[in-house]
Design a protein around this ligand. Structure first.
Ligand SMILES: C[S@@+](CC[C@H](N)C(=O)[O-])C[C@H]1O[C@@H](n2cnc3c(N)ncnc32)[C@H](O)[C@@H]1O
Length: 252
């Protein structure tokens, strides 16, 4: 691919303070295949993990360049794990970077991964981009993420293209994620969905062009309403908000 350096330099202004962009543009690394606008989204969601002892899995190693970028970005305490179906990717293992070979549409492979890596903070899906691959990876690995973790699936425009096994899947990845918005709101009466894992553990879902970010955080309690209630109308929750004396849980 020919890169127009002038165009890149124009964009540099926009991404001036983005360390991933700086690495991409100014440092020695192997091939990285990312859309430009991804850098902004990555930094928005991943910045809080920098310098910490975190475990990140990226599905899709290809030439290994993005793994180098993640290691540089998160720092020496981070463990970066690249997953790929291609055995040749093993050669991209390095200090702080390990490679696991397997197929992301195989739940048994993910069982192996969960056993080997009990704590995972970030999962980035940049693998084969088929519907089944994206859906199975989310189903298997979102529940495995640590509380406070971030799950990012990219190239989700594959839901709108031919050639990504759309005809073989029950639904597209984007349709699947849209349903999860409803599951997230299953606490509310009138919602036909029952409370499930994503109701209790998905704290935010964010859609960008070709990327979906899911935040993992336990939501122990249904949201509360802020009406004052009389003593004749229990139950009360007195500990949620400082200003309100009596806060009743929404009757869910
Ligand atoms: C888009 S490339 C990854 C690019 C890399 N993350 C980067 O930013 O430079 C996609 C990779 O996914 C791998 N892949 C394809 N199908 C896969 C599967 N079923 N399981 C795991 N990896 C797969 C391919 O071998 C390829 O290396």
């Amino acid at each position: 691919m020919n890169i127009d350096i002038d165009e890149l330099m124009k964009l540099s202004h926009r991404y001036r303070d983005n360390p991933l962009w700086d690495f991409f543009l100014n440092r020695e690394h192997r091939l990285i295949t990312k859309w430009l606008h991804y850098f902004e989204v990555y930094d928005k969601w991943f910045a809080k993990f920098r310098g910490k002892e975190i475990v990140m899995i990226e599905v899709g190693v290809f030439m290994g360049g993005s793994l180098q970028m993640w290691r540089d970005y998160f720092g020496s305490k981070a463990q970066i794990i690249g997953v790929d179906i291609n055995e040749d990717c093993r050669e991209y293992a390095a200090e702080g970077i390990s490679i696991e070979i397997g197929s992301q549409d195989n739940p048994n492979f993910w069982n192996y991964m969960k056993g080997k890596y009990p704590k995972v903070d970030i999962l980035l899906d940049d693998g084969g981009h088929t519907m089944q691959q994206q859906i199975i990876t989310f189903k298997e690995m979102f529940p495995h993420l640590a509380d406070g973790g971030v799950y990012l699936c990219e190239d989700t425009h594959s839901s709108y293209l031919s050639g990504f096994d759309i005809d073989k899947a029950e639904m597209t990845y984007m349709e699947y994620m849209k349903r999860i918005i409803d599951e997230m709101h299953a606490y509310y009466k009138g919602n036909p969905l029952s409370v499930g894992y994503n109701t209790k553990n998905l704290s935010g879902l964010h859609f960008y062009d070709s990327m979906v970010v899911a935040e993992k955080k336990e939501r122990r309690l249904p949201p509360v309403d802020f009406q004052y209630k009389t003593d004749e109308n229990p139950p009360y929750c007195a500990f949620c908000v400082g200003t309100a004396k009596h806060i009743k849980f929404s009757d869910v």
